[in-house]
Write a protein that binds this ligand. Structure first.
Ligand code: UFG
Length: 336
């Protein structure tokens, strides 16, 4: 059995590829490298550069790689503020990409997919922690595009028997503990890496978006999960699909909320740096509080996050930041 990983050069994709390879799986990666990095891909995986919206290219990959049984799909845009400014980019890549992928999978009778969904599908929750069946009214186009992807694949399960596990991630952070792979977005927008860029002197100060939310300290609250724990959940989801002829959805979070201010304080402690910060206007599209109820993943998948301490999560991201101050740019290319 081969596992095809789409978007395997990205942040979460590369950590998942790495674990899949370590567990002796036959792994094929497709990535257009628009935001991913070839250096992030474990060299034992076979790599194809191309876009999932390119049907000819995708057909050629499935034609060549006859052993593909499962697709793990990370190849999406995922930046909330960018989606507010350019919604069509998100619908084109995320929903358009999903449609092409499903057409090609159907044609080649590859009938299992694990894919990245998001807490952003819920929008502003009516209650926390959020359960999978709770109301979903996204507050940004990114969340809407992911909800659309979930809905599209549901009907393809019905019609073509394509079974899926959708994993709704909450806020991912951290890096592989040996510091060899980590988070490298060229225009970074995420809280933890931005805070650490301030800590390392690459930025002057942190801007905290919004201090007037209805939360304890007025800043948004998020649920942080380590990238290695997320990667592990994908492997469990593949096992689930191999053992059960059924589709389902899981939240993946720690079930603990931290405000942006608390994250800043934890980062100050981990790094020992002052990390200057100021509270500014809210950022459009941000829900106030997102906290997962992950009981379903724990009970059904047997998912047990190893990194349940926020300082430890930040520590691994800090290790990556210090050893790779410019991300992957200084690394040697390992795949041609
Ligand atoms: N934030 C700041 N300053 C910054 C960057 C972020 O205050 O410089 C705040 C945001 O406004 C938000 C919080 O930090 O309140 C977290 O923001 P991120 O950009 O780090 O993450 P998001 O919550 O917007 O989105 C992330 C992923 C999405 C996913 C979502 C689920 O990027 O793909 O978590 O909760 F859908």
């Amino acid at each position: 059995m081969a596992i095809l990983v789409l978007g395997g050069a990205g942040y979460i994709g590369s950590h998942t590829v790495d674990q899949l390879v370590e567990q002796a799986n036959d792994v094929i990666v497709v990535d257009n490298l628009s935001t991913g990095h070839i250096q992030a891909v474990n060299p034992q995986a076979k790599f194809y550069q191309g876009d999932i919206r390119d049907k000819t290219f995708m057909n050629s990959v499935f034609d060549k790689e006859k052993d593909i049984e499962v697709v793990v799909h990370f190849a999406s845009f995922s930046i909330v503020p960018e989606s507010m400014l350019d919604p069509l980019k998100y619908f084109d890549n995320n929903i358009g990409g999903m449609i092409t992928l499903l057409e090609v999978m159907h044609q080649h009778q590859v009938l299992k997919m694990v894919f990245s969904s998001t807490a952003a599908t819920y929008g502003e929750p009516k209650r926390v922690p959020i359960e999978e069946a709770d109301l979903k009214i996204p507050t940004n186009p990114y969340g809407q595009s992911k909800l659309g992807m979930e809905n599209i694949i549901k009907w393809c399960d019905e019609a073509y028997g394509i079974k899926f596990v959708a994993l709704r991630y909450f806020n991912v952070a951290g890096a592989k503990v040996d510091g060899s792979i980590g988070e490298d977005h060229r225009n970074e927008t995420h809280l933890v890496p931005i805070i650490l860029q301030v800590a390392s002197g690459k930025r002057d100060k942190l801007q905290i978006f919004g201090g007037d939310y209805a939360t304890e300290d007025g800043t948004c609250v998020r649920d942080y999960v380590h990238v290695l724990d997320l990667a592990k959940a994908h492997i469990l989801a593949i096992q689930y699909l191999n053992e059960n002829h059924a589709s389902t959805v899981f939240n993946l979070g720690s079930s603990t909320g931290f405000s942006n201010m608390e994250i800043l304080k934890a980062a100050r402690k981990v790094t020992g740096k002052a990390i200057p910060a100021e509270v500014v206007e809210r950022r459009a599209g941000d829900p106030a509080v997102l906290i997962a109820d992950s009981k379903k993943a724990r009970n059904i998948l047997g998912w047990q996050p190893q990194y349940d301490d926020i300082e430890e999560i930040i520590q691994t991201a800090w290790q990556w930041q210090q050893t790779h101050p410019n991300g992957y740019v200084d690394d040697e290319l390992t795949i041609e």
